[in-house]
Ligand binder design. Structure first.
Ligand code: C2E
Ligand code: CA
Ligand code: CA
Length: 722
């Protein structure tokens, strides 16, 4: 028997021929691809009594190369490392061609044997393809040296190897997804500018390269009066201001300066080659006056949003502290427009700026917490509330944007302590008032998480209030590489072991890195509102949100989408199967006293009809395509070319008919599908690729229609999720 699958004999499953549950648990927790492969391969080798295994990957060309090894002799590894061969060569090529496992009991005698490997002592191997027919990623090769096995692998053993191949495929797929998300995660979708994350990367590289020469400064710009524009004229007008400001900023800087959007109404410029204080002030003056002009918006509205600017010189610190210095300087420049003073400041160090509380750990105001529900769209239940800090100072209530940047490290720790105490005390009080089982999440900067006794302090607080640890979630606002710090990671790991939930906040803004997901034991990710708020208009974001949902699903973490601002966004999120949402479309944050009433109101919450037919069609079509492509990959025999059998599909078609080009593409997809259903036993690789392309063009066409503001005559009334 050479390339046939050994016939299954009933009842011949060896008792150990399955993957232990412990191994599956360890695999699920494993984020490192190489370790993942080693664990999985070791398990397969154990079940088959093989010496070891290798992952041989296709490299995008027509070649195969060795990627990972597990438990193979050194000679063989040395030979195989960097070894490439044609995709149809060897027993690997044979398995790829046939699309089934290939067992070769006498390797040396096989016509497919590669002479080098015969010389290395390879006796027998079992090669199993990795990935579905239209996305083959390579093979797993189990190998025997010295002595070939007495029997061919039985069906149960084969099933284990195939399962391992599936797991490895999924891990590779996840890695690919993460890479593409990383790419998308480096730019701000609204202005197209590099985002905070990208800025930090660039700064870090520049600081390392130049080590202070030629001198480098960073300017932090924050728009004055931006929030009222949003509140009074709506987010569309707000976005327009941000877009126009980004344009002006780009043209106002010198060639070679690096402009980025930090998030919200905050921007930064890396000023290269600035030689002295005087030159810096001159640059800032020019920037400031060039960016003062009012903005003319649609509807004849004119608004003024001049920036307050803070700048700091790069010293030997890292990018993160440079950003922080600039931010502090900006805070001191805030409000100077109104008094007619120059609206920029340069950070002076090491002497503290007058007016800041560098040595005083007290907070610059009295803490008040507001709470905003996180809502499950499916069960219609509030799953937890997020606490949002406010500081009351001289009768005014300051939002985080107005005070966070000015806090020093000690004040940040003070804030974290105060928030923990207030929020957990509040939770206990609600419990006594009959609001049972509510959970709370609090925001924490990793700066504040490094204390060696943090986990202990939290444990004590929880105990004092009689609360189980799982009622508390820490939303970690990751900035820069801080989470990499050992002390922080140690505290977080301890907290997690206690049962406290951990969430990565603001995913996608560049504050938070996807890479962290792998290094931390996370329970939840919060997709930043920047990616969600506009999905009803920016349809490409729908695909992004969906892939984040898939990623969360694959990592087995919960996903919360922020920025569910209105029924349209909520409708699209439901269609995408995103269950947990937070945003003004559900509820704004409220003071503690108002929460019981808000929860009572939310118990009656009904989704309003979304008016975003194109966005819903985009989401439904994405779901449909992914379902069909899954079938094509795994069970083409089950294909049925149904037309509008489901209500959701009927709704989709009603919308598509109104966008002629999209409708035409859709019909072509249907025809192709009917054809594939009839001939599902044939090689479908080409038609599948075509099908995928048609789908992508169709969705591009919908996105274009939405961008050009197309109005559909009859929007749908059925607003149910998919
Ligand atoms: P975040 O963690 O992303 O918190 C959500 C913010 O989004 C809140 O702003 C909330 O008012 C706002 N928001 C909620 N729903 C919507 C919506 O539908 N549309 C829009 N446009 N915005 C919405 P807030 O309270 O100003 O907080 C801003 C940020 O300040 C928070 O962002 C968080 O990063 C930070 N923060 C808040 N409280 C604390 C705290 O206690 N400690 C620390 N270290 N940071 C905090
Ligand atoms: Ca948060
Ligand atoms: Ca956020």
């Amino acid at each position: 028997m050479r390339h046939a699958r050994p016939p299954a004999r009933p009842g011949d499953a060896a008792p150990q021929a399955q993957i232990g549950t412990e191994v599956i648990r360890r695999l699920a927790a494993q984020r490192d691809l190489e370790r993942f492969f080693e664990l999985a391969a070791a398990e397969a080798a154990r079940v088959l009594h093989a010496d070891g295994a290798a992952l041989i990957e296709t490299d995008g060309t027509e070649q195969l190369r060795y990627r990972f090894f597990q438990g193979l002799p050194d000679d063989y590894r040395r030979l195989a490392t960097g070894f490439r061969f044609a995709r149809d060569e060897g027993t690997a090529g044979q398995a790829l061609r046939l699309g089934t496992p290939v067992y070769t009991p006498h390797y040396a005698a096989s016509s497919h044997a590669l002479p080098d490997f015969v010389r290395s002592g390879l006796c027998a191997n079992l090669v199993v393809p990795v990935g579905p027919a239209d996305d083959r990623r390579g093979v797993i090769a189990l190998a025997w040296f010295g002595q070939a096995p007495a029997h061919a692998p039985d069906s149960a053993q084969l099933a284990v190897v195939e399962m391992v191949a599936d797991l490895v495929y999924w891990a590779l797929h996840r890695q690919r997804l993460e890479l593409s998300l990383e790419q998308q995660a480096r730019h701000d979708p609204l202005t197209g500018l590099p985002n905070r994350r990208y800025l930090l990367e660039r700064l870090d590289a520049m600081l390392r390269r130049h080590a202070g020469t030629p001198p480098l400064a960073l300017a932090w710009l924050d728009l004055d009066g931006f929030k009222p524009v949003n509140d009074l004229h709506g987010h569309e007008q707000g976005d327009a201001v941000l877009g126009l400001f980004a344009e002006r900023l780009r043209t106002a800087v010198r060639e070679g300066d690096f402009v980025a959007r930090l998030g919200g109404d905050e921007f930064a410029v890396v000023l290269c080659d600035v030689h002295d204080e005087q030159e810096l002030h001159e640059l800032l003056r020019r920037l400031s006056s060039g960016l003062e002009r009012p903005y003319r918006l649609r509807g004849g509205v004119s608004v003024r949003c001049p920036p307050s600017i803070g700048a700091a010189w790069a010293r030997d610190g890292d990018a993160e502290s440079l950003l922080r210095d600039a931010d502090r300087a900006m805070y001191l420049a805030k409000g100077r427009h109104r008094t007619g003073q120059a609206a920029w400041r340069v950070f002076a160090s090491p002497a503290p700026e007058p007016g800041t509380h560098e040595t005083d750990s007290a907070l610059p105001g009295t803490l008040e917490l507001h709470y905003q529900p996180v809502f499950d769209l499916e069960t219609r239940v509030v799953v937890r509330v997020e606490s949002l800090a406010r500081l009351r100072r001289q009768g005014r209530l300051l939002a985080p944007a107005e005070f966070l940047g000015a806090l020093d490290l000690r004040q940040q720790r003070r804030l974290l302590d105060a928030v923990l105490e207030t929020a957990l005390g509040q939770l206990a009080q609600w419990e006594r008032q009959g609001l049972h089982g509510l959970s709370v999440s609090i925001n924490a900067e990793p700066y504040a998480l490094g204390d060696a006794d943090l986990a202990q302090r939290i444990a004590t607080l929880l105990q004092q209030h009689g609360l189980h640890a799982s009622r508390l979630t820490l939303e970690i606002l990751e900035r820069g590489a801080l989470l990499g710090r050992e002390a922080t990671v140690r505290q977080l790991t301890l907290l997690r072991a206690m049962g406290v939930r951990l969430a990565i906040d603001d995913l996608g803004t560049g504050h938070s890195s996807l890479l962290r997901l792998r290094s931390l034991p996370i329970d939840e990710i919060k997709l930043d509102r920047a990616f969600v708020r506009d999905i009803a208009r920016n349809l490409q974001d729908i695909a992004f949100v969906r892939s984040v949902r898939e990623l969360a699903h694959g990592l087995r973490v919960e996903l919360v989408a922020e920025g569910a601002e209105n029924p349209d966004v909520i409708g699209v999120l439901r269609a995408l199967g995103v269950r947990q949402v937070q945003g003004w479309g559900i509820a704004r944050e409220v003071p503690a006293a108002a929460l019981p009433r808000l929860l009572a109101q939310l118990a009656q919450w009904q989704p309003q009809v979304a008016d975003a037919a194109l966005a819903l069609a985009y989401a439904h079509h994405l779901n449909l395509d992914s379902h069909i492509l899954g079938l094509l990959r795994n069970a083409p025999a089950q294909l049925r070319a149904t037309d509008a059998a489901e209500p959701v599909q009927h709704q989709l078609e009603t919308t598509l008919r109104q966008v002629p080009r999209a409708w035409q593409l859709y019909r072509r997809q249907r025809i192709l599908l009917a054809d594939m259903a009839r001939h599902h036993e044939l090689d479908l690789r080409l038609p599948i690729r075509r099908y995928r392309q048609l789908g992508e063009s169709l969705r591009e066409c919908l996105a274009l229609a939405a961008r050009s503001g197309a109005q559909l005559c009859c929007t749908t009334t059925d607003n149910s999720g998919a």
